[in-house]
Design a protein around this ligand. Structure first.
Ligand code: NAD
Ligand code: MG
Length: 385
């Protein structure tokens, strides 16, 4: 059997490097055809020398020459920028595009990959938050698979395997609650980025780690679930589960609930997205019940963590609202990481941006890109004031 050709967009990040661990573990099954990075060029070069892809893409203009010079003579094409990303996802040798870019920058490459009839392994949840309806319509139109990598969505996807057309009554998306679980607004006034970056269970990129502390990550995942599994908003519930062992649950129409469990390790959902519908034997850590004598569940606190409520509201409003929410969130998280705004201010700025950007009921791709641009400008203005 020929190897499955994988393009990893965002190969140098937390998901990207773990995806390469999976490929390294199954050298006869997978081949890295394309690797891309934003600014971590040194790591990209190391990866390119090890995996010998046909092409790499660098989107940071300051790093491009370094990569080109360093890989000279290696028979690896070096491409630049968004146009490079859009080009490499079309390569014939690519069977699956694993999108592990952070933020709405992942949208255009996903669109082009679907239009080139590539299956998508999606870590870049922002793609579905910004333009879920449009993306899932394209998935239908081009007959490709949208394979979730996000652990919650992989869990739901795994619970649905074998259920054919059995309708979902409801899903429960689990949330760890992040480092500030149990805190009230007054406790969060002066929290620092160092505190927010300390996730209790997962080691991830900075943006998603802050999103996890503010519960925006769960809001984005609610939106992601709605589109991936074609659900109504009322069918998507969030339940806080601090141990992060039950990765999510599906309740069917007879009341039966299926859950997917395991240790918190992204390599499993990454591997499943690449091997689906098969399961390959691996040597990842196994779950030990004796390490977890108690698994607990609680209701999310949407008054303290306003972002989750804002995400539900945006999804309910439809149109370009979730796109505005996402863009404003990317801006405030970046500002928080640069100590320019406080933790609680983040939701306030997102809410103000939502109130200031024009509503578009049925956006095109161009409308989404323009909404993303305008929402960023407005959030930055609010931060400056
Ligand atoms: P990360 O910051 O560790 O890595 C991001 C990757 O994208 C890097 O390779 C970076 O160079 C590249 N990149 C950054 N900005 C870019 C841009 N503008 N254009 C092109 N490339 C760019 O992030 P991560 O934690 O690996 O997360 C990646 C995606 O996966 C996010 O959407 C995140 O929400 C999702 N996700 C991550 C985890 C996790 O455990 N890390 C879990 C579930 C979902
Ligand atoms: Mg997740």
């Amino acid at each position: 059997m020929s190897k499955k050709g994988i393009a990893i967009l965002g190969a140098t990040g937390s998901i990207g490097t773990q995806a390469l661990d999976v490929i390294r573990a199954f050298p006869n099954k997978f081949e890295a055809i394309v690797l891309t990075c934003g600014s971590n060029a040194e790591l990209l070069v190391k990866q390119a020398i090890e995996f010998k892809p046909r092409a790499v893409v660098v989107t940071d203009s300051n790093q491009f020459n370094y990569v080109q010079d360093t890989l000279k003579g290696q028979d690896i094409a070096v491409l630049y920028g968004e146009s490079g990303l859009v080009e490499v996802v079309q390569y014939e040798a690519v069977d699956v595009v694993l999108n592990a870019i952070v933020g709405s920058a992942g949208l255009k490459p996903t669109v082009k990959a679907i239009q080139s009839k590539k299956d998508i392994a999606l870590a870049n949840k922002e793609t579905l938050v910004v333009a879920g309806e449009l993306i899932m319509d394209l998935v239908q139109e081009y007959g490709v698979r949208m394979l979730p990598v996000d652990s919650e969505h992989s869990a739901i996807f795994q619970c649905l395997t074998g259920e054919d057309d059995n309708p979902i009554e409801k899903i429960y998306v689990t949330a760890s609650g992040g480092p500030f679980r149990g805190k009230k607004r007054e406790d969060l006034v002066g929290v620092t980025k160092a505190e927010a970056l300390k996730h209790p269970n997962w080691s991830m990129g900075a943006k998603i780690t802050i999103d996890s502390a503010s519960l925006m990550n769960k809001g984005l995942e609610v939106i992601e679930s709605k589109w991936l599994f074609n659900l109504s908003i009322d069918q998507v519930d969030v339940i806080v589960h601090p141990q992060s062992i039950v990765h999510s649950l599906v309740q069917f129409q007879d009341g039966s609930i299926k859950a997917q469990m395991g240790v918190p390790d992204m390599k499993l959902p990454i591997q499943y997205a690449l091997t689906y519908p098969a399961r390959f034997k691996n040597s990842f850590d196994r779950f030990n019940f004796m390490d977890y004598p108690m698994l607990s569940f609680e209701k999310p606190d949407m008054d303290t963590f306003k972002n989750l409520a804002l995400a539900y509201e945006s999804l309910r409003a439809g149109g370009n609202r979730s796109c505005i929410l996402n863009a404003a969130n990317e801006v405030v998280v970046d500002a928080f990481l640069k100590d320019k705004v406080g933790f609680l201010e983040m939701s306030d700025i997102i809410e103000q941006t939502l109130n200031k950007v024009d509503f578009i009921a049925a956006p095109t791709l161009e409308d989404y890109l323009e909404t993303d641009r305008v929402a960023r400008v407005i959030s930055k203005e609010i931060i400056k004031d």
